[in-house]
Ligand binder design. Structure first.
Ligand code: ZN
Length: 295
């Protein structure tokens, strides 16, 4: 019965082999402070070294960012009627929709802000090439900080009055405003802008491929796709992006939360069409390069 002992010896090893050594999560919405310990435990369990924490100034301030190397604070806007579109949190002191440029400058100078995003303009029906966005692209390019823009997927029925998701209503959500083709003028006007498309713009596959193809500096994250759409639909999007040659520019994102993090990592690790190197790239190395994080 010696073989049985060997099986039990090997089983834990087999389990461990399916876990990545290191993960960077580029799409983590700021938790309530009460949830922070559980979320931190989940990050530790998933070998997450760094997270991009998306929040309002208040949310970012409330988090203890003393673990500076791990938490990368990122400012979300615009805020419809002064409220964050996905959670209804109050955004800026002056109640504005778009943050004052001076606020961003001062937060970045003080080391309290390292990125811009999630840019939720689509929730307000504002397309990426809308002139109201222009000063922020210019500023992100000047300050040399990464910027992530939400494109594509949202909860079904998001624009309807009886929508329950997100809790803060988004009556102006526009599918048309989520087309990656509208990034074209932005990218050409700001060639040094470090921009990434969130949710890989699902379901705009051809448009996403075309933008990644034409603009070698553009990256995309895979956040939310692991829990919002059927796994087959997520894999078909991911497989097509990798097959088109963009495996070095796709980044893992959980969209925040213990379950989404685990589901997201597991989904990448279980994708049999990805090589071990491609999984490492998506879960860690691409983000380390894009965000210039220490290895
Ligand atoms: Zn989003």
């Amino acid at each position: 019965m010696k073989w049985l002992g060997l099986v039990f010896l090997l089983l834990p090893l087999a389990g461990r082999a399916a876990e990545p050594e290191r993960v960077i999560d580029v799409h983590w919405h700021a938790p309530r402070i009460a949830d922070l310990p559980a979320w931190t435990d989940a990050m530790n369990a998933a070998n997450v070294s760094q997270v991009i924490v998306i929040g309002t100034p208040g949310q970012i301030d409330a988090l203890n960012l003393s673990e500076g190397a791990r938490w990368i604070p990122s400012l979300t806007f615009p805020c419809e009627d002064g409220l964050a579109v996905t959670n209804g949190q109050r955004c800026f002191e002056d109640g504005s929709t778009f943050p004052p440029l001076a606020l961003i400058r001062s937060l970045v100078a003080a080391g309290k802000l390292k990125a811009l995003g999630e840019i939720n303009a689509q929730y307000m029906g504002v397309a990426p090439d809308d002139e109201r966005m222009e000063p922020y692209y210019a500023l992100a390019e000047e300050l040399d900080i990464p910027m992530g823009i939400h494109l594509g997927i949202a909860a079904p029925g998001v624009a309807y009055a009886d929508s329950k998701f997100p809790p803060h209503k988004s009556p102006h959500y526009s599918g048309a405003a989520g087309n990656p083709l509208a990034l074209e003028t932005v990218l050409v006007r700001h060639p040094k802008l470090r921009l990434y498309v969130m949710h890989a713009a699902w379901p705009f596959l051809a448009e996403m491929q075309y933008m990644l193809y034409l603009h070698p500096q553009l990256y995309a994250d895979l956040s939310a796709l692991q829990w919002t759409i059927p796994r087959a639909a997520y894999y078909s999007h991911l497989r097509a992006l990798v097959a088109a040659g963009f495996g070095k520019r796709l980044m893992f994102g959980s969209d925040g939360g213990v379950t989404r993090l685990k589901e997201g990592v597991d989904a990448v690790m279980a994708a049999d069409f990805l090589t071990a190197e491609q999984k490492r790239d998506i879960l860690h190395d691409n983000a380390a390069r894009f965000f210039r994080l220490a290895k």
